[in-house]
Design a protein around this ligand. Structure first.
Ligand code: BES
Ligand code: MN
Ligand code: MN
Length: 463
């Protein structure tokens, strides 16, 4: 019977070409100007599932963008794997920083990807990664080696908070019932250092608005006598961290679980080069919470970051003005056990409390979600680890990472199953940034590794 390694070699060019076609459709969920493209992408995903051997493929309408569903049943006695991914992508801005247009994929070699990488928005996050699962299914179906049942659920609103998916999952528990959820939407430590993501941070995202006078004012006539909302906003934001870079919101750390010294020591064993990290970012020094290492700061500790700030005059030249309003978008990355709704309330109360008289403050929550940790003594983890051992020849390292896929905690709550995160991207793949790319080697290695997860999981579930 044909082996997946050979199958990948044989179909390599077609696998790349199909992904390139999918990447050409600009499925930007955040911007309504792209809504037809997002819908077209759902159609393309549905067709790809059909071609790979899914039956009962459906484009499930929601209040927002549709969810593409497909399944292939082998036997009711066998376990069911539910694959989740997202076909929407981040906006490509800022456009002028792309070396090639974001929706005209090109393959170029880079230092880390001498075999070539596919440059396009969504190449790694998440079209390239969920498509690995479609091709792995194709292999298992075409060579008659699918060992268990499989369901696919690919959504189009992940980058904007998975609003419709939450309702869909609550209403379709039976349809989505499964033994394990499998996701490729994260990364690994390095090409030669396979890792399995065992933790993700939660998120609370808010927008703040500070209003001073009822209209923009001449900064000479009024300057010094009324509160300038931009000055005030900057001061309020600055006060949210203390001199040790701890967050100052009362109660913020109350539910944070500190890792034991043993767990921290275990984490510190993962390969990490501080000098290379700084070089890659062109920074002289790292920065963050006192008492924690860089890898701890970006994974097991909560954060607060301004993602955007605006107001006043930002056009050419100078204009002397005190703006009536100033705004900022703020994200807080949370760790497991911090409740995102509670944190949103704590933020909102505190931010209003610290506002001086003379300005009005409005806080609008955007979206959020809980963090997630996967146990490593679990059959799903062991099945994945063994799959990497087969294709990489190395045991993967468990790694907690800083990004968020908030819907996972809801999966566990509504569907009662755990999630395994088999990510094949690299941190340097520039997801959400200009020149996003996905290594051809990583893409093919993912396709090669996934079928082993299925056979291992099916086998190990019997015991
Ligand atoms: N795939 C990412 C999350 C990710 C990337 C986790 C790399 C770990 C490693 C996902 O598409 C994403 O961007 N999530 C958002 C949250 C969402 C609610 C907009 C994030 O983390 O900012
Ligand atoms: Mn993603
Ligand atoms: Mn993303």
């Amino acid at each position: 019977m044909q082996n997946i390694g050979e199958y990948v070699v044989q179909h390599r060019d077609r696998f790349i070409k199909e992904l390139v076609e999918l990447l050409k459709i600009p499925s930007v969920s955040a911007d309504p100007a792209f809504s037809q493209d997002v819908m077209d992408t759902a159609q393309a995903v549905a067709r790809s599932l059909e071609r790979a051997g899914c039956t009962a493929v459906e484009i499930c309408e929601t209040q927002g963008y549709p969810i593409v569903y497909g399944e292939r049943k082998v036997s009711a006695d066998l376990p069911t794997v539910l694959v989740y991914g997202h076909y929407d992508v981040q906006p490509p801005d800022p456009m002028d920083l792309w070396d090639s247009p974001p929706f005209e994929p090109v393959i170029k070699a880079t230092e880390l990807h001498p075999e070539g990488a596919i440059f396009a928005r969504g190449a790694c996050d998440d079209k390239g990664q969920f498509y690995m699962h479609v091709k792995a299914l194709e292999f298992m179906v075409k060579t008659d080696q699918l060992p268990c049942n499989v369901k696919f659920m690919i959504e189009g609103e992940e980058e904007v908070g998975s609003r419709s998916l939450a309702a869909f999952v609550e209403e379709n528990q039976e349809k989505l019932s499964n033994d394990i959820i499998l996701i490729s939407d994260t990364g690994m430590i390095a090409k030669e250092v396979p890792s399995i993501t065992t933790g993700l941070r939660g998120l609370s995202y808010v927008e703040v608005e500070v209003t001073g006078p009822n209209r923009d004012l001449h900064s000479g006539l009024y300057g010094g006598a009324v509160a300038n909302p931009i000055n005030i906003l900057a001061k309020m934001i600055a006060s949210l961290h203390d001199e040790n870079n701890h967050i100052t919101i009362p109660g913020f750390y109350d539910n944070v679980i500190e890792l034991s010294q043993e767990e921290r020591a275990e984490m510190a064993k993962a390969p990490f080069e501080l000098e290379a990290y700084k070089d890659e970012l062109d920074i002289e020094a790292v920065y963050g919470e006192k008492g924690y290492t860089t890898n701890e700061r970006n994974s097991i500790r909560p954060t607060l970051d301004v993602n955007g700030i605006w107001g006043g005059y930002i056009g050419e030249g100078a204009k002397t003005v005190i703006a009536s309003k100033a705004y900022a978008k703020i994200s807080m990355r949370l760790v497991p056990n911090q409740d995102w709704e509670e944190i949103t309330t704590l933020f909102s109360t505190h931010f209003k409390n610290i506002a001086p008289e003379g300005v009005k403050v409005k806080v609008t929550p955007h979206h959020g979600g809980q963090g997630y940790v996967t146990p490593i003594d679990y059959v799903g983890y062991r099945a994945a680890a063994k799959a990497y051992e087969t294709t990489f020849g190395k045991t993967p390292i468990p790694q907690r990472t800083g990004g968020s896929i908030p819907i996972i905690s809801l999966f566990e709550k509504e569907l009662g199953s755990k999630t395994i995160l088999m990510g094949f991207g690299l941190d340097t793949d520039a997801i959400h940034s200009p020149n996003e790319h996905f290594g051809v080697w990583n893409y093919l290695k993912g396709i090669e590794t996934i079928p082993y997860f299925y056979s291992n999981f099916t086998e190990m579930s019997k015991q």
